[in-house]
Design a binder for this molecule. Structure first.
Ligand SMILES: [Zn+2]
Length: 223
């Protein structure tokens, strides 16, 4: 699987384009906001001869969905996300405004509800949908088992975790997601997050302070 990362919008969000030998691709968390960013994403896809099959999101925050409508309209692809984050679509413009960001069209609804699908397929690639709530109620991580690559959105970052103080966020849930769903995938798993640089599960188990304090029994995340 080939992966390209773009860092988009004032929140410095990671948008990923992933594809395989069929040249079908998926756009994960399209956060392109300006005309320049729209063009950068579109030009990349066209210049590489890629054929977008789906726009798929880890969650519904505005910095991750700002470019979804552009991708959906330009390439006529469906938008997949958990229905539990549907409420965030309506709130996107006003939350963006609070950050001083004006976003254009956001998708009015989800075409494919990831709560009803165990996986997302394009070309010869299968992404397993792993529910990892906590940063948002409908947050999912997307796992490609062949290359052992996990797209963690805003659940797990390199040496940090996503915020849980936003509407629908929950600290116990995010830690349960990380410890019960992500850590068991194995140390060698490559982690590509929604912000910042890539890491591995093994690195996080050793160096992520939020995980380490739980593993050392310094914090009871269940309370
Ligand atoms: Zn987020």
């Amino acid at each position: 699987m080939e992966i390209a990362r773009f860092i988009f919008n004032p929140i410095q969000e990671n948008t990923y384009v992933i594809w395989d030998e069929t040249l079908e691709c998926a756009v994960i968390d399209a956060g392109n906001l300006s005309a320049r960013e729209d063009k950068a994403l579109t030009d990349f896809i066209v210049e590489h001869g890629l054929h977008p099959a789906i726009a798929v999101n880890t969650h519904g925050h505005f910095d991750h969905i700002a470019g979804v409508e552009h991708v959906r309209r330009t390439f006529d692809v469906p938008f997949a996300m958990s229905g539990k984050d549907r409420f965030l679509l309506d709130a996107a413009a006003s939350s963006a405004h609070m950050y001083g960001v004006e976003i254009g069209g956001t998708p009015s609804d989800i075409d494919i509800d990831l709560d009803e699908q165990g996986e997302v397929k394009f070309g010869n690639t299968v992404l397993k949908v792993i529910a990892t709530p906590g940063h948002t109620p409908g947050h999912v991580s997307l796992y490609e088992p062949q290359s052992k690559t996990l797209f963690t959105g805003d659940t797990l970052f390199r040496e940090s975790i996503g915020r849980t103080d936003l509407p629908g966020g929950d600290y116990s849930w995010i830690m349960k997601s990380i410890l019960d769903k992500i850590v068991p995938l194995g140390d060698e798993v490559r982690v590509l997050a929604g912000h910042g640089d890539e890491t591995t599960v093994g690195h996080e188990v050793l160096y992520n302070p939020f995980i380490v304090e739980v593993l050392n029994n310094e914090v009871d995340y269940t309370r």
